[in-house]
Design a protein around this ligand. Structure first.
Ligand code: AMP
Ligand code: MN
Ligand code: MN
Length: 328
């Protein structure tokens, strides 16, 4: 653990007056959980904070205490002396405000992505951390800020989801140790699990059905590909956030080394040339480094879980994805 970096971050936070705290677009449990945890902790020591995420809060995370504090638009960026960027491998991941945010005098980059570009004036990157929330927890603890039930619930939710319910390869000792402490501080495992995984809309279950039907396997049987078009989303009355977790079904097939999920993006307006915007998620069984593929398309992530965005046609993309199987 990098104590000196931790001390520097704490010093900056203690000396700050007005802190912007942001995490990545299309937030997952770690992005929203880390944001709320550090936001609520800084509020406790009477810091002026602005919690920001460009995307709406996914329905499954709206139960989190303090979620109403999260803003989706920044009106005046000049007022912030400090920014804390969470769970973002590159600054552009926060969305449209990235360029303006890069001008905030103190820019603290807290992350666990292997592909972190090292942006910011003060960095805390730990790729061995199971989640950004693990690093946030260590900072809050070092600052001696008491962990309220709200903070505990955020951190527990972030670790639960970022480890794929303690099944992904980033599940480490700290994941369990911190979650145990969060339960001591008031986090309720059953209540959290029910909110995150136990209250799906019927549409989401129907989406699962169509997503499973879309699975194709490469000729060498090492790669699986799941495709979710806007048509499938519209037909099931779901939203992009309902796609979260579906790739795990493509990944858990015996013999599959790399699972790929192609997702047609909402903003994928039909252009005259027929190009569309896609998000591509990659998962490996732990033997293949999928960041290599993600980075080659301008994306990023972790060894076994990465992603990228691309503008192309669906046919071309499907051919590109199937082509990945030739290297495994
Ligand atoms: P996903 O498959 O989209 O859920 O993302 C898997 C991992 O890759 C997450 O840790 C993301 O933060 C990261 N990731 C996904 N898309 C991108 C991207 N366009 N740029 C950088 N990192 C990404
Ligand atoms: Mn994330
Ligand atoms: Mn994360």
């Amino acid at each position: 653990m990098n104590y000196s970096m931790m001390d520097r971050i704490i010093e900056h936070l203690v000396n700050s007056d007005n802190v912007l705290i942001a995490s990545h677009i299309n937030q997952d449990g770690d992005a929203i959980g880390s944001l709320l945890a550090i936001g609520l902790a800084l509020n406790f020591i009477n810091k002026k904070t602005f919690l920001f995420n460009e995307s709406p809060i996914p329905a499954v995370y709206r139960f989190l205490p303090g979620v109403e504090l999260v803003e989706h638009q920044i009106d005046d960026l000049h007022t912030f002396d400090t920014a804390v960027i969470l769970d973002c491998g590159n600054l552009e991941r926060i969305g449209k405000s990235a360029k303006a945010v890069s001008k905030i005098p103190v820019l603290i980059n807290i992350d666990h992505h292997a592909t972190n570009t090292g942006y910011g004036t003060c960095l805390f990157i730990d790729i061995a951390a199971c989640s950004t929330a693990e690093i946030v927890y260590r900072i809050i603890k070092k600052m001696n800020i008491p962990i309220s039930k709200a903070i505990a619930t955020s951190i527990y939710t972030a670790i639960l989801t970022d480890t794929g319910s303690f099944r992904a390869s980033n599940t480490n000792r700290s994941a369990f140790a911190i979650c145990e402490k969060m339960i001591d501080c008031g986090a309720d495992p059953y209540e959290i699990a029910q909110n995150v995984y136990g209250k799906y809309s019927l549409g989401r279950i129907r989406l699962l059905n169509l997503a499973l039907e879309s699975i194709e396997i490469s000729k060498n049987a090492k790669l699986s590909m799941m495709t979710i078009t806007r048509d499938i989303i519209d037909k099931t009355g779901t939203r992009s956030e309902d796609i979260d977790g579906l790739i795990s079904y493509a990944k858990r097939i015996k013999g599959i080394k790399v699972a790929v999920l192609i997702q047609e993006e909402k903003n994928s307006l039909k252009k005259t040339n027929g190009l569309k915007n896609f998000h591509v998620s990659l998962r490996s069984d732990g033997t293949i480094d999928v960041t290599e593929i993600a980075l080659s398309f301008g994306g990023g992530g972790h060894f076994s879980a990465a992603g990228f965005n691309i503008e192309t046609t669906l046919d071309k993309l499907r051919a590109i994805v199937m082509g990945f199987s030739e290297k495994i």
